[in-house]
Design a protein around this ligand. Structure first.
Ligand code: NAI
Ligand code: F6P
Length: 374
């Protein structure tokens, strides 16, 4: 039997990754830093309602173990036994995860020095692998670092699946399963018998395209939806004004991607046009808009395409408005949204826009003009 260690047992960790590997009869171990997540998992099972393009079904996942991160590193045996490590955490938590794993890496070098292990990062942030490798090289001794370079293989992945729940510790989740997880090749582990896992070439570039083409319009829907007082994505998507706006966003993003990336229209569609669900899922706007400071940053889903549209002299009016709507996102449960509102209040909108988006003065002024109209 194969073993997978899943670090981050929140929505995606349980609702997609844990469910898929348990179904494929792998030994699944969850590791999380949140004691509530671990306590809930210890109840013995969780339920995922899975929506696909042709059916909706429920899976009860019960064959797993769960471990809380601690100074004792109780996961070390699971780490040493694992054939694969998957890390579905928010990007800002990744360095902590790798800092924590240094003890496990050392143990592996001592006890299983010939083993080669694939580690997959599951975030929506682009070009993170080199940053993590740099972080490790600066935080381990040279011997361990040269061993890591030849035994630990960190891969990025493209997530085209939404999984929601009331919280990261909830035992009832919804997952929209219409497209595979695209994982950077080559892998040392065989995933051919695990559903929804697809190793491919060229992940870094394709991930940038995916973040713009799928997550850009999705974030714009969430920000506009919030502004119009909706609470779920399907509600926002059924609003005529938002539909027209998103058509424009899609067009602007398609145009920049055509110029910047060497993809045929068919390749673009294959990557970004996902089948529709048989039945809508009330995915919360709060999940899709979460952390607007990251979502409005320079190389992310909206400002990345704006930067490219400026480079090629293409239209970006709707993207500019989407950023302005993002700046209005004010959710008291979302600390980054609160931080953003505080920045706008204390620094003034224009300075905050420049700091948040990293865009030049001319774009920042266009965003400000839209922002002031809202
Ligand atoms: N939920 C979704 O549909 C999608 C999520 N993603 C990405 O997947 C990642 C995870 O998202 P969710 O599962 O929704 O978030 P979540 O907040 O539900 O789960 C993240 C889990 O990671 C744990 N964690 C954080 N730092 C940790 C550490 N140092 N050690 C151990 N555990 C740690 C947290 O306690 C939490 O339980 C994010 O980067 C997100 O952008 C991307 C696409 C879809
Ligand atoms: O997880 P993030 O980066 O906060 O953003 C959420 C986005 O990721 C997805 O969950 C998957 O691409 C989308 O549903 C949503 O737009």
């Amino acid at each position: 039997m194969n073993n997978v260690l899943i670090i981050g047992a929140g929505k995606l960790g349980k609702g997609f990754i844990g469910e898929a590997f348990e179904k494929a009869k792998w030994n699944v171990t969850f590791l999380d830093k949140d004691s509530k997540v671990i306590k809930k998992l210890a109840e013995g099972s969780y339920q995922v309602d899975i929506s696909t393009s042709d059916k909706v079904y429920t899976r009860v996942v019960k064959n797993y173990q769960q471990i809380l991160t601690s100074d004792k590193h109780n996961e070390v045996d699971s780490f040493l036994a694992s054939d694969l490590v998957m890390i579905p955490v928010y990007p800002e938590d990744l360095k902590d995860v790798f800092k924590y794993l240094i003890i496990d890496f050392k143990k592996m070098m001592e006890e299983k020095s010939n083993k080669k292990l694939d580690i997959i990062l599951l975030t929506n942030k682009i070009y993170l692998v080199s940053k993590i490798k740099k972080f490790l090289s600066e935080n381990v001794d040279p011997d361990l670092n040269s061993w890591l370079e030849t035994h630990i293989f960190i891969h990025d992945a493209i997530i085209r699946r939404s999984t929601s729940a009331d919280s990261n510790y909830a035992l009832k989740l919804n997952s929209m399963a219409v497209a595979s997880l695209l994982i950077e090749k080559p892998l040392h582990v065989d995933l051919s018998k695990v559903d929804w896992m697809e190793p491919i070439e060229n992940v870094p570039t394709l991930k940038e395209v995916k973040i713009y083409a799928i997550n850009g319009p999705h974030a714009a829907t969430a920000f506009f939806g919030w502004y119009k007082h909706y609470t779920t994505i399907p509600e926002a998507q059924s609003d005529h004004e938002i539909q027209e706006f998103i058509k424009c966003i899609n067009e602007e993003i398609y145009n920049v991607c055509q110029k910047e990336f060497n993809l045929t229209a068919a390749e673009y569609d294959h990557l970004t046009k996902l089948p529709t669900l048989k039945q809508e899922v009330p995915d919360p706007i709060k999940r899709v808009a979460y952390d607007p400071l990251r979502k409005l940053s320079i190389n992310d889903r909206l400002c990345g395409p704006i930067r490219l549209s400026e480079k090629y002299g293409l239209d970006n009016e709707c993207l500019i408005k989407a950023v302005a709507l993002g700046l209005k996102y004010n959710d008291e449960d979302d600390p980054k949204s609160q931080e953003m509102q505080e920045m706008i209040k204390t620094k003034g909108a224009l300075t905050a826009i420049k700091e948040i988006t990293g865009l030049d003065d001319s774009c920042a002024n266009k965003i400000l003009a839209q922002y002031e109209k809202l």
